[in-house]
Design a protein around this ligand. Sequence first.
Ligand SMILES: Cc1cc2nc3c(=O)[nH]c(=O)nc-3n(C[C@H](O)[C@H](O)[C@H](O)COP(=O)(O)O)c2cc1C
Ligand SMILES: [Mn+2]
Length: 486
Amino acid sequence: MAFQNLRDYIEHIKKLGELHTVAAEVDPILEVTEIADRVVKKDGPALYFEKVKGSSFPLLINTFASHNRMLGALGVEAYEEISDRLEDFTQVKTPETLMDKLRLLPKAIELSKATPKIVSSAPCQEVVIKEGPMLDLLPVIQCWPKDAGKFITLPLVISKDPISGNRNVGMYRMQVFDNKTTGMHWQIHKDGAEHFRNLKDAKSKQMPVAVAIGADPITVYSATAPLPKDIDEFMFAGFLRKKPLELVKCKTVDLEVPAESEFVLEGYVDLDDLREEGPFGDHTGYYSPAKDFPAFHITCMTHRKNPVYMTTIVGKPPMEDCYLGKATERIFIPMLRKILPEVVDIHLPWEGVFHNCILVSIKKTYPNQAKKMMNSIWGLGQLMFSKFVFVFDHDTNIHDLKEVAFKVFANVDPKRDIVFSEGPVDELDHSASQHLWGGKMGVDVTHKLPEEGMLRDWPEEMKMSEEIQQKITDRWSEYGFNGKLK
Ligand SMILES: Cc1cc2nc3c(=O)[nH]c(=O)nc-3n(C[C@H](O)[C@H](O)[C@H](O)COP(=O)(O)O)c2cc1C
Ligand SMILES: [Mn+2]
């Protein structure tokens, strides 16, 4: 079941015993981070801070920071419920009979259910503020000691392409510069940045932007999903919710925002107004340095009555964003298989902070397929950032890092099986000698074929027969281990 808004989800996790309320007053400068960091590292609950110094609004953090809460947020018990639906939805078979055509009907219905619906009045506009304190009212946190200031860390940034008019929703952090101005940290490869660049071709200077902070959990997740450009994240949210996302027109800009948002910031960015943003303690575990990004000027802030400020911190894994990333890894496998049918499974270990490392298992049917896989990954959406790509045979459990290490050490001839390449790296990568591009390494861990130059037979992996395994399990108590070692 999908939640209508954030407060319904808060009630849900409260009932599950996965929400801890802190009544003591806390400082938004660093104190919230240290508490949230300790709790997330211990697989603890979501945190609801009732009193944050300097604000009258409560703060919610670590909302998605457990597998249970992440699944709950998406309204499912297993990610396969979503990936199977996506697989089904994208199955294309040319309809030949009337029955085939009729079978397409549910898809059309599903699509119509995903299309956002405009409503005329909305909870997120219960309070409208056009002058006076705006950002100053919010319990925005400073996350790490050397951060440049306070950052809004979980915003849904909404813009429309100045040329095509297509909507995008992305999660890009926003540094608070003053009561009505923030930074807009869309990295160069992201869709929001593309909209901004397109202002030039559209012969325009300013672009309206709206930001929702706190919404129903599926919509918040959707802003982080690596969808192809021009696929509307709100439509994707509707697909996941199985019912349309309700949107309302903004008060001062020509954009729509989720009607059930907690807070909305309306405003614009200007091609000629870039400002220094950062440093910021990032999800890489290092500070990303200061750089120029557009300034976001706020023309109006609206919010619900009794709004909840939703935020997160990023840093050395595991952090809350790891769980969002895990959802993406699991949900998008069928989409990946549409382009790369040999993919059996993928795993982006948290230590690789998404863009540093990907493990892929494939059903290998022709020589050098592992190398083809590396090149495909380096050319595919946000997976292009992957610095290390390890390709395994289909029967390796790539989620077991012990098995992964064993297979890498055993199956790889370093001289023959390692491929070095170069290309774009994530904007946050600090290891490359220069900004934005650097080296890549692919490792072929699959069995090697004669056609790949292998001069000897590949050996068979040892496995005990199932019959013997079963016999020993049945007889275990006879061996006198007294329940130990089983
Ligand atoms: C908590 C969190 C913070 C993020 N902050 C940023 C950010 O500041 N800048 C950025 O470009 N991407 C950031 N991302 C990643 C983007 O949200 C992600 O790449 C998304 O797919 C971008 O949407 P787009 O493809 O529509 O551009 C963040 C993700 C999460 C989960
Ligand atoms: Mn997008």
